[in-house]
Design a protein around this ligand. Structure first.
Ligand SMILES: NC(=O)c1ccc[n+]([C@@H]2O[C@H](COP(=O)([O-])OP(=O)(O)OC[C@H]3O[C@@H](n4cnc5c(N)ncnc54)[C@H](O)[C@@H]3O)[C@@H](O)[C@H]2O)c1
Length: 276
């Protein structure tokens, strides 16, 4: 007798650049193994627009987070750092799987997150995002990672509106690279909200937010967001460099981060899992 596998029901909270791309992929490329059941955005017009683009109706829209959680097996959080913990907390408390994009929003709640996930037998997924090397870092971290250093280079314009930079530096007319910050991932998350996700994922996957080192450089010559990672461990010395193209809908988000979230979804859905 043929048995058809039940599709994973997915709800998306936050219908911006990342949420929209993921919703599109779920109803096209992943439709054999997953189905989109709900969209929620604090700006209702955004979830409505996305629903109409996907299904020519507002069928996917729900009025609140609670309804979305009820309908979903997996909740994708793609909203903002400030709202993320509430979304994750409520989803885990209801035993839902959660994929978290606003990783920086979790840093202050990590202990509770681990406890809640274990208590409700729920899974939490953090995609690698706009960096490469998380796979090797996880493996190396089984036995003796000594050092992890992230060096991020961005055009000076990318730091507009960052309070820490406004107070300390004048970047207009910058001709040469300028180091804006050198410290721990924990400090970087505090001072550079724009880099929060990359530094947080790296800290979480490896030796922690306080031991992971971060350097942030304003570079007038670059047009992409470049992340270099150096890992020194018992097993290997690893160096990765990722030159990110920016997402056309939101220049603060790297396109690779969106694809990384889609790849994580595929990893969840497929029976054969490749890579660490
Ligand atoms: N993990 C990574 O690698 C990575 C990479 C880039 C961005 N991000 C993060 O992912 C999140 C989404 O990024 P984006 O580029 O799609 O942003 P975006 O600004 O394009 O979209 C965010 C959407 O969330 C909605 N929203 C905000 N608060 C909400 C709430 N309380 N409830 C429901 N909806 C809410 C907004 O109205 C907006 O439509 C951000 O927090 C961003 O920092 C993560």
């Amino acid at each position: 007798m043929m048995t058809s596998k039940r599709k994973l029901k997915i709800g998306i909270v936050g219908c911006g650049a990342i949420g929209s791309s993921l919703a599109n992929e779920i109803v096209t490329g992943l439709r054999n193994s997953a189905c989109l059941v709900a969209l929620y955005d604090i700006r209702l017009e955004k979830s409505k627009l996305l629903s109409w683009q996907l299904a020519k109706s507002s069928n996917f829209c729900v009025a609140n987070l609670e309804t979305l959680i009820k309908k979903s097996d997996l909740v994708i959080e793609s909203s903002c750092a400030k709202a993320a913990w509430e979304i994750v907390r409520k989803s885990l408390s209801n035993g839902r799987k959660v994929m978290v994009m606003s990783v920086g929003g979790m840093v202050a709640h990590l202990d509770q997150l681990f406890v809640l996930a274990a208590k409700h037998n729920a899974q939490v997924y953090f995609p690698s995002g706009a960096i490469s090397g998380i796979d090797a870092l996880k493996a190396a971290n089984i036995d003796g990672v000594r050092r992890v250093v992230l060096t991020t280079r961005k055009h000076p314009d990318a730091f507009k509106g960052v309070d820490y930079v406004i107070k300390k530096f004048k970047l207009t007319g910058l001709k040469k690279d300028k180091v804006l910050f050198a410290g721990t991932a924990a400090q970087a998350v505090k001072y550079f909200p724009q880099n929060i996700n990359v530094a947080a994922v790296l800290g979480l996957a490896g030796i922690g937010m306080h031991k992971t080192k971060v350097r942030i450089i304003a570079s007038p010559a670059v047009r992409k967001n470049i992340h270099e990672i150096l890992i020194e461990s018992k097993a290997a010395k690893i160096f990765t460099r990722t030159e990110n193209i920016l997402h056309p809908q939101n220049p603060k988000t790297s396109y690779l981060a969106v694809l990384s979230a889609i790849a994580t979804l595929k990893q969840i859905l497929q029976p054969v899992k490749i890579g660490t």
